[in-house]
Design a protein around this ligand. Structure first.
Ligand SMILES: [Cu+2]
Length: 281
């Protein structure tokens, strides 16, 4: 009885010691909690680990977390400057897509984050490559590899020509988990300036008319149009969802002069706007 008690104390003491000396491992484990690895990109010196909530790139908005591992020391780089360039290789041309800058994730030591909005993908998710450029202590490195982008079953992104002859990319960012409630609707809007440059479009307006095509195309009360928020450079409005199911978010895009660039009102004759996003929950 007494020996068992002493052994227990010794065992607990060993556990406590290993916990306090193993601090680095502990941080590493916690920093990717809730994230699923999408893919590793490797060169001779480093391995770039790509993560998000699902472990897959899909068409539309993708929030992405990154870690850079030193292949020799097996440790994660905490002071890198990182940028990226997604490229779609199509038969007759190449183009990029809207993407954010990459910054250190708040409160984390080894994780960097940003977003990419894939506006399309090829058969079987093929066609895209991702280049990650990074510098560590003044030395520049680069990794390029092919990535897989799955076609989303619902339209979470749309790319279109406006009446001003500019091309735009628009994507739904929130709600991530829609509820029967007034949801915060967050949409990103980008101009396709060139094949490689997609700057944020500021101070336009997006009108919102959500409908359920499967149920007489009914709408919902208390929706609001979306306005530009300078803090996150995205468009925000209230999206009222009164029941679960398939919803079409009928939209119209207006510039700062209130000219309609894309989209139409929903009427009995016109059941859907040509500018729309979808969600199902
Ligand atoms: Cu393409």
């Amino acid at each position: 009885m007494k020996l068992k008690y002493i052994l227990q104390i010794v065992f607990i003491a060993i556990l406590a010691t290993s916990c306090s000396t193993d601090n680095d491992d502990e941080i590493t484990i916690n920093e990717i909690e809730g994230l699923v690895k999408i893919q590793d990109l490797s060169n001779s010196t480093h391995t770039i680990e790509l993560y998000n909530a699902t472990g897959q790139f899909k068409t539309g908005y993708n929030a992405i977390s990154i870690r850079i591992k030193d292949n020799t020391s097996n440790t994660y780089i905490e002071n890198a400057t990182v940028s990226w360039n997604p490229i779609m290789h199509m038969p007759d041309m190449q183009h990029s897509c809207p993407k954010s800058a990459i910054g250190k994730a708040l409160g984390k030591e080894t994780v960097y984050e940003g977003f990419i909005i894939y506006q399309m993908t090829g058969m079987d998710g093929s066609g895209w490559s991702l280049t990650v450029n990074y510098s560590i202590n003044g030395v520049e490195y680069s990794i390029t590899d092919t990535i897989t982008v799955i076609q989303n079953a619902k339209q979470h992104v749309t790319s279109f020509m406006g009446s001003d002859n500019n091309r735009y990319v628009m994507a739904i960012i929130e709600p991530k988990t829609p509820k029967i409630a007034i949801n915060n609707l967050k949409i990103g809007l980008f101009k396709m300036e060139t094949m490689m440059s997609f700057p944020v479009v500021e101070n336009y307006k997006i009108t919102l008319d959500p409908r359920m095509p499967g149920m007489g195309n009914h709408s919902s009360p208390n929706n609001t149009d979306l306005t530009f928020n300078t803090e996150d450079a995205m468009y925000h409005g209230n999206l009222s969802l009164t029941m679960t199911g398939y919803w079409v978010l009928n939209l119209k895009l207006l510039n700062a002069e209130n000219d309609v660039l894309k989209g139409e009102d929903v009427t009995t004759e016109n059941t859907q706007s040509s500018l729309y996003l979808e969600l199902e929950f």
